[in-house]
Design a protein around this ligand. Structure first.
Ligand code: BTN
Length: 308
């Protein structure tokens, strides 16, 4: 990311500011200021100029500088108009040693979902992968997926969506009775040893701009729920919430419980050892679902496809 350009953007956001004042403040030439302002305009930033100087108008919502501006989390941001998969790019960055990077895209041409499914990723989404290297044992890895679900749900709630979480990590909007439509899905990939995670790539895909008639059955989007969406605010809030949760891992499961749609519901969980059917009564660290079967026995499920 171009740090000087981000400083120019920040000064414009606080503007209006004159070209000479900007050059002085950033300790660069006036020609350099002009070059950065032009580059910002070419990237889609609205920079208005009048007698008072330059000021910032509308921003391209997922541009890396727009997300980095006033971001309340220590993530470097890399954004793409279109990419095959932000998780694939996240893995590449992780394998080259990067950490605390958010890869963001408007569109994916090869988005991947859980269980090796394709993840439809048309333009207008927020497809985001976080590369992190937490110093914790591998058994705590699911906490980061739960944290991402909480972060995405909170970010959607800030936009006015009644977002809840379906175990283990789908962000959904409840409908009448027990049904729901899916807003976000999460795919976490990792590498490491039992005693220590090497890296995690936590990918969150959210339907954002799609209108109701563009969405498949069973899916919803922020726009379909509320009539509008601020993708920049959504991405920034998601990153800030994720950062706060990863810094306090004890807070993750209670935060997840607060937003859970699954708890108290009758569920069927398909696991590799067969189906578990009963009432979902709790979630324990690091994300284990506790199901009370009809015979009264409590069964603990750490992975599976959950229906309710
Ligand atoms: C699922 O519900 O199956 C998980 C979907 C995860 C999709 C996201 S979009 C951003 C990141 N990049 C990918 O290719 N997948 C994840």
């Amino acid at each position: 990311m171009n740090e000087t350009r981000l400083r120019v953007l920040s000064a414009l956001a606080d503007g209006p500011v004159s070209g000479p004042a900007l050059a002085d403040e950033l300790d660069v030439s006036r020609a350099a200021v002009w070059k950065h302002v032009e580059a910002l305009r070419e990237a889609g930033f609205e920079v208005v100029s009048d007698d008072g100087g330059y000021a910032l108008g509308a921003m391209p919502p997922l541009h890396e500088l727009a997300i980095a501006l006033h971001l309340d989390a220590p993530f470097a941001v890399e954004s793409h108009d279109s990419i095959d998969s932000t998780n694939r790019r996240g893995r590449e960055l992780a394998e080259s040693g990067a950490s605390d990077v958010a890869v963001v895209a408007d569109e994916q041409t090869g988005g991947r979902g859980r269980l090796d499914r394709a993840w439809s990723s048309p333009s207008g989404g927020v497809y985001l992968s976080l590369v992190v290297r937490p110093d914790v044992p591998m058994r705590d890895a699911p906490l980061f997926t739960l944290a991402a679900a909480v972060a995405a749900a909170r970010a959607a709630r800030e936009q006015g969506v009644d977002a809840r979480i379906k175990w283990p990590n789908d962000v959904v909007v409840p409908r009448d009775g027990t049904s729901y439509d899916k807003l976000s899905g999460i795919l976490t990939e990792m590498q490491g040893e039992a005693d220590r995670i090497g890296w995690l790539v936590v990918g969150v895909g959210t339907n954002a701009e799609a209108t109701a008639d563009e969405l498949p059955e069973g899916a919803t989007s922020v726009r379909a729920e509320t009539g509008g969406v601020d993708r920049r605010a959504f991405a920034q809030r998601l990153l800030a919430e994720f950062d706060a949760l990863r810094s306090d891992l004890d807070s993750v499961v209670p935060a997840w419980r607060d937003l859970a749609l699954t708890l108290g519901q009758r569920v069927r969980v398909e696991t590799t050892d067969g189906d578990v059917v009963g009432e979902a009564v709790d979630v324990d660290r690091p994300g284990t679902l506790v199901v009370r079967r009809d015979d009264g026995e409590a069964v603990r499920v750490s992975a599976g496809d959950c229906e309710h």
